[in-house]
Each structure stands twice: as structure tokens, then as C-alpha cells.
Design a protein around this ligand. Structure first.
Ligand code: R5P
Length: 281
């Protein structure tokens, strides 16, 4: 077995290889003069684990090319961050179900798909091969335990993230709650004051995705106004679009952590262990 990674998932791919005691497939990537992507791999084994997050149009093309280049082996596909999953239905007539379009395109030539905390589980049914997800709630719990906070409140910013927060909190036996969020636009949200009243200690906001940061910034401002001692944020997929990090810091969030499903300076814990275990099953 060899692990093949796209350019944006190299660190995670190397960690998965380490867990599986597998080698890395040499992959050279360049561009044709017109901008098209060219890649070439080294010699294949019988099985290839292709690891690549879907973060942009280029990363989709890179994944499709890498899967095709590995067609002489059995290909297991790991999509650590499955972009386009939030458009999981036709909200308005004429829109695509983008999650379905991506899932179908990425099912060709692979025998199995593993992803991480997909926005909605129903998205997995769009793959035409067996697809599963791993849940990083235990890893988030372990990361929070390492912060050494005294009796933190684990708080989801909306009802959708409440089950995830429950899983995180159970790791440390911490108290858990969720807020009510109304999305006003892509970059604006309103968060209701916490029904359980002020929390004077440390609060850790947990969510699957941080994109613009608007959700957690609104939650943090409300918590600080209610007298929270410290507000921290841990997500699975740290997209940090535009000025998200500045927005989060200026809302009073001291620590912002994400996994390595999207690699960056805030990737402070890894999805490699759970992914490797899912591949071994
Ligand atoms: C929404 O349902 C998700 O769970 C996240 O809360 C959302 O994607 C975060 O987006 P943003 O950081 O732009 O508020």
C-alpha cells in the first residue's frame, strides 16, 4: 500500500502513512503553459490511498488526475475536507446540489471513500461507492484536555453542532450546551444569549467548520458581554476565509485551533489516527 497526497494535504498524508506504516507515492506536479495541471507518479503498489481535501477547483482537478494516474491499483480515497458539502440541496429552484455533483465525480475509479465530519451525513449517500466519515469529537476533547482549563463549558454555536459538542464534552466529563443562531447573510449571523445564563469560567466554542468566522465571533462577543472568563474556539475544518482570524481574535477568542484536514498555522491537532483506523477496518 502507498499513500498519494495532493499538494494541500501533504502533512496529513504523511501522518496517515506513518500510522499505517505505508510508503508515500512520489508525485510530481507542474503546470502546462496554459495553466492546466500535469502530474506524474512513481511506481504503484497494489493499493493506493489517495488523500486530498476538496478546497478549490484546482484541488478537485488534482484529485481527479491523481485517481486516474493510480488506476492500475485499487484506489481508496480519503477526502479530509469535503468542500461544497454545505450546498446539500436545491435551496432555490435552478441551483445544483453541489455536494452530489462532487460526490459523483469523485466516485469514479475508487473503491471506497473516507471523509471527516462531513457537514451532513446524508451527503455520503451521493457517492456511488461505499462512503463513510470519521468523527473527530474525541480528538477535539483530547486537545481541550491539553489546554488545562478548569471545568470549561463546551458550547456549540447552533443546534446543528450540538451533537458534536456533546461528543467533545463527554471526553472530559465537561458541561455542554448550545446556542441558537440565525444566519442573516453569508457573513452575518445573530446569536441569542445563552439560555442557561452567564458562564463566568472558560468557554470552548466547538463547530465543524470555521469559514468567515462570523458564527463564532458573534457567539464570543455575546459570551464576553455575559462575563465569560476566557473564550476559546476549536473546529474540525479551519477554512479561515478572508479576515476570519482577525475577526475571531478581535471578538475576544484567545485560542483558535483546527485539525489538519485543512493544513495551516492553526492546525493544532490531527485527523490522521482516526482516518488510519477507518482505512484499516
Ligand atoms: C454551519 O452550519 C456550520 O456548522 C458552521 O457553523 C458555519 O459553516 C460557520 O461559518 P462561518 O464561520 O462563516 O460563520
Amino acid at each position: 500500500m502507498k499513500i498519494a497526497c495532493t499538494g494541500r494535504s501533504r502533512a496529513l498524508g504523511a501522518r496517515i502513512a506513518e500510522h499505517l506504516e505505508a510508503g508515500l507515492l512520489e508525485t510530481n506536479l507542474s503546470r502546462f503553459p496554459d495553466g492546466e495541471i500535469y502530474l506524474r507518479t512513481g511506481p504503484l503498489d497494489e493499493t493506493t490511498v489517495v488523500v486530498g481535501s476538496l478546497l478549490s477547483s484546482d484541488s478537485l482537478v488534482e484529485l481527479l488526475l491523481l485517481i486516474d494516474a493510480c488506476h492500475r491499483s485499487e484506489v481508496l480515497l480519503v477526502i479530509p475536507y469535503l468542500g461544497y458539502a454545505r450546498q446539500d440541496r436545491e435551496f432555490r429552484q435552478g441551483e445544483p446540489v453541489s455536494a452530489r455533483a462532487m460526490a459523483q465525480a469523485l466516485s469514479h475509479g475508487v473503491s471506497q471513500v473516507v471523509t471527516v465530519n462531513v457537514h451532513k451525513e446524508s451527503v455520503l449517500s451521493h457517492f456511488t461507492v461505499p462512503a463513510s466519515q470519521v468523527n473527530l469529537a474525541p480528538e477535539v476533547g483530547d486537545f481541550i484536555a491539553g489546554l488545562g482549563l478548569e471545568n470549561p463549558l463546551i458550547l456549540a454555536p447552533d443546534t446543528g453542532a450540538a451533537p458534536f459538542a456533546t461528543g467533545v464534552a463527554s471526553r472530559g466529563g465537561w458541561e455542554c450546551d448550545h446556542l441558537e443562531k440565525t444566519r442573516l447573510s453569508g457573513e452575518e449571523v445573530r446569536v441569542e444569549p445563552r439560555k442557561g445564563g452567564p458562564w463566568r469560567g472558560d468557554v470552548v466554542l466547538v463547530d465543524d467548520i470555521i469559514s468567515t468566522g462570523a458564527t463564532l465571533a458573534a457567539a464570543a462577543r455575546m459570551l464576553r458581554a455575559q462575563g465569560a472568563k476566557g473564550v476559546h474556539a476549536v473546529c474540525v475544518h479551519g477554512l479561515f476565509a478572508g479576515t476570519a482570524l482577525t475577526l475571531l481574535h478581535s471578538a475576544g477568542i484567545s485560542q483558535i485551533a483546527a485539525s489538519d484536514t485543512i493544513e495551516g498555522p492553526n492546525s493544532l491537532y490531527s485527523a490522521a489516527g482516526p482516518i488510519a483506523r477507518a482505512l484499516s477496518r
